[in-house]
Write a protein that binds this ligand. Sequence first.
Ligand code: ZN
Length: 186
Amino acid sequence: MEKEQYEKVLEAIDGSIEKWNSIVHAEGEDEGRHNCPLCKIFFDSDECDECPIRKDTDKKSCRDTPYDVFEKHWNDVHRSYTTINRTIVCETCSGLARDELEYLKGLREKYIDENKSSLDEYFWAIESPERPISDHNNLVIVDKDKKIVNHPYVLSLFCNRITAYEGTNRKIGLELDDLDRIKLEN
Ligand SMILES: [Zn+2]
């Protein structure tokens, strides 16, 4: 997973935790997907596909999570024509909202555990190792499944020349000196 995406999702999980924290403290309301930071990223993209909650339960729309129970209780017991958004009304609401908050906190830990280490597991690779050395070739960064994670390339090797791709290298910090040699930091 790209670092940017990882951080974006983590931020959304934190946003959801904040939302449920405020509901538990009788400050916030649940407007379903309309005030869920995770839904804002994932709901439109078809069936919650990449949402960490969907990945956790393998069900869409938060089915089989404490949210499901909270929503059902609220709709069964408290819904009326004048109230649209869900707030804490009774002891049961309060307990169920706490369950959802705890679920999200656990999800955050799980998400970090599952994704953090894969961020560090990048490797250098020659894009086409079978090509003769005189041919055009590229140095790339791959993940553990050998999938290229950066584009464009880090370095291109062509006709005895090394070209550094600035866009990528601004993040990585590889530079060429005046003689097109790769500069390494001491
Ligand atoms: Zn209630």
